[in-house]
Design a protein around this ligand. Structure first.
Ligand SMILES: NC(=O)c1ccc[n+]([C@@H]2O[C@H](COP(=O)([O-])OP(=O)(O)OC[C@H]3O[C@@H](n4cnc5c(N)ncnc54)[C@H](OP(=O)(O)O)[C@@H]3O)[C@@H](O)[C@H]2O)c1
Length: 213
């Protein structure tokens, strides 16, 4: 697939690198310094390049949104027309000081994003793992008992695209249902982060659902 990365920080940088290693064509975009984007692309491999958000979005089968909540409007405006595009969002609706979710309960960041981009197909995914686990999960992808990764969305084809990308990174994709389920997965993401960063296991934590029914 062609994968456009909007936001090439901890999450976007690692995800884009691993999508490249998994065989996808990747465009890294949106960092404060273009040299960082070029370095990321160089290190990721021959199928990766640096570009503008518009270039990242133009031919993308999937666009990965990995910016702080406060940057979503800016990066989407720079990306241009996103109608019909699959947007896989790992952005959580965190406040300016990152102390908690500013949208929760009767809505979610993912639903808010879908309202902002009514003609795009938003899938919420990759936000329920700390970025530190991604390389380890990818390296262990040939083993049994892959960690689970939940995703949700309202568009069947967009969800299939997201599930393929999740699988390619070494996770077992778990379809949690429609986009409104992000009201539960986004707080779950904070729980996982809390356990990962404060628990005895440190930031290596990934999780597995033995039953999901
Ligand atoms: N990190 C995690 O483990 C994790 C886990 C789950 C969900 N998430 C969510 O994923 C999203 C991204 O998190 P992250 O940790 O990857 O954040 P991050 O490391 O801060 O990356 C954000 C990217 O946006 C870029 N950016 C910020 N302000 C900009 C500006 N004014 N102009 C151009 N580029 C700008 C940053 O550029 P620079 O590279 O120049 O800083 C960086 O490339 C967030 O919504 C977060 O809630 C993160």
């Amino acid at each position: 697939m062609h994968v456009g990365i909007l936001g090439s920080g901890l999450m976007g940088g690692k995800l884009g690198t691993l999508f490249t290693r998994a065989g996808h064509e990747v465009v890294f975009s949106y960092a404060r310094d273009d040299r960082k984007l070029h370095a990321l692309a160089r290190e990721a491999g021959a199928n990766a390049r640096a570009g503008t958000p518009r270039e990242a979005a133009a031919h993308a089968d999937a666009i990965v949104l990995a910016v702080h909540w406060s940057r979503v409007d800016d990066v989407c405006a720079q990306a241009g027309n996103l109608a019909g595009k699959t947007i896989v969002s790992c952005s959580l609706p965190m406040g300016p000081d990152d102390s908690g979710l500013v949208i929760a309960g009767s809505s979610s960041g993912s639903e808010e994003l879908a309202t902002k981009l009514p003609h795009a197909h938003v899938v919420s995914a990759f936000n329920t793992v700390p970025s530190e686990v991604l390389f380890g999960v990818f390296d262990a992808r040939g083993k049994r008992d892959r960690p689970s990764l939940v995703y949700c969305g309202d568009h069947a084809a967009a969800k299939r695209t997201a599930a393929q990308l999740i699988h390619d990174l070494g996770f077992d994709p778990v379809d949690a249902g429609p986009l409104r389920i992000a009201r539960y997965t986004e707080p779950f993401a904070l729980l996982v982060a809390q356990l990962a960063y404060e628990g005895a296991g440190g930031p290596e934590l990934a999780y597995r659902f033995e039953r999901f029914a």
